[in-house]
Design a protein around this ligand. Structure first.
Ligand code: PLP
Ligand code: COI
Length: 355
């Protein structure tokens, strides 16, 4: 880890929107806090770190991010702890993944300390915006994009880094009906599915819209080659409990190495649950659903948290799984995860970064 100290200018808004924000009506990603953090990359270094009132940026229409998609983002959350303090959940993991995405897209890395301090500084300014209700938090969205006003197909020399924050409640509010997607592909070997590239999400929009039109809540992406193996669930990792073992697709080029995924695997280990990270065949899941051996299934992600899957659909056939309310593992897991994030139990893994 490269260590650097953040040189930051803070300009506060004269008119906070906090008092007029209804925290009971939060829709994911619609409500932004009063401020944002912006920084520039030029001449080989990150500079001009500023916290400013949330608002418009002035950009040329020729910037290469708009044409060639040199853009990626991160997603993490800050929580108000039971004792009133504020912590960000595992920002070191996001800082490391930020740089993995940057490398793959030929964009500049950011010293991990600068990333973490940027996030923490903005959260500190916005601490009054962190909701306190259960399953609520402050979603943090760092993004980097290319700003050279040039149409040559080469990596930009200049970039902008922006961090936004949004108070959020639960992303999914009911068990999901998901289909295995066997026509479209999210990511292929040698591609950049493991990066949080904006283009991965653009490519998912049409298949997701079609799945929703067909009556599904989400899809489970399958491997690009044969469409026989489960990979991820929408914008989350996917996990299954079969015969008492927690099984999840192993990370590779096509799979985002989720912070929640890693956290769940560590908590499963704490609970003494055997874990298998490997390829997961759709046939195994369908068989498990038929025999009742598939006792738990859920998406795991920062926005999604732990999102129970109620029904899986393969080749037009629905397979209903057990009632999510009765599932021992995922309910206990979600409770433990929330207890740690909200500071209700001791943070033995050192996951809460105090702001
Ligand atoms: N997979 C994809 C494609 C995602 O967009 C996300 C969301 O960030 C995840 C997995 C879960 O990752 P994390 O737990 O780090 O949020
Ligand atoms: C996240 O969980 O942070 C994500 O990035 C998912 C998002 C695309 C809604």
């Amino acid at each position: 880890m490269i260590t650097e100290t953040l040189d930051l200018k803070i300009t506060r808004t004269a008119h906070s929107r906090l008092a007029e924000t209804d925290f009971n009506q939060l829709q994911f990603g619609h409500t932004f806090t009063d401020h944002m953090l912006v920084a520039d990359y030029a001449d080989g270094e990150w500079k001009n770190f500023q916290i400013l009132p949330y608002g418009e940026l002035s950009l040329l229409p020729s910037i290469s991010a708009l044409h060639y998609g040199q853009a990626f983002f991160e997603g993490l959350k800050a929580y108000k702890q039971q004792d009133g303090s504020v912590s960000v959940f595992r920002p070191d993991k996001n800082a490391a993944r930020f740089n993995k995405s940057a490398q793959r897209l030929s964009m500049p890395e950011m010293p991990e300390d600068l990333f973490i301090q940027s996030v923490a500084a903005l959260v500190d300014v916005e601490r009054d915006w962190i909701p306190t209700a259960d399953n609520h938090s402050l979603y943090i969205r760092p993004v980097m994009f290319a700003t050279d006003p040039y149409l040559g197909v080469v990596a930009s020399k200049t970039y902008k880094f922006v961090v936004l924050t949004c108070p959020v409640g639960p992303y999914f509010t009911k068990p999901l009906r998901v289909k295995f997607e066997t026509q479209y592909t999210r990511a292929a070997e040698g591609g950049f599915g493991y990066a949080k590239a904006a283009g991965n999400y653009a490519g998912a929009m049409l298949p997701t819209r079609k799945a929703i039109e067909e009556g599904f809540d989400q899809m489970i992406w399958t491997d690009a080659k044969e469409h026989l193996y489960a990979e991820e669930m929408g914008a989350a990792n996917v996990m299954f409990m079969i015969d008492g073992k927690l099984i999840t697709p192993s990370t590779r080029d096509t799979i985002l190495d989720g912070v929640t995924r890693d956290t769940v695997l560590a908590l499963a280990h704490d609970m003494g649950i055997p874990v298998e990270e490997r390829r997961v065949a759709i046939s195994e899941l369908v068989e498990g659903a038929k025999s009742g051996k598939l006792t738990d299934a859920f998406g795991a992600g920062t926005a999604a948290t732990i999102a129970p899957i109620g029904t899986i659909n393969y080749q037009g056939e629905d397979y209903k799984l057990s009632d999510p309310a009765t599932r021992e593992f995922s309910n206990k897991l979600f409770q433990t995860l929330n207890d740690i994030r909200y500071g209700r139990v001791s943070d033995t893994h050192g996951w809460n970064y105090k702001v």
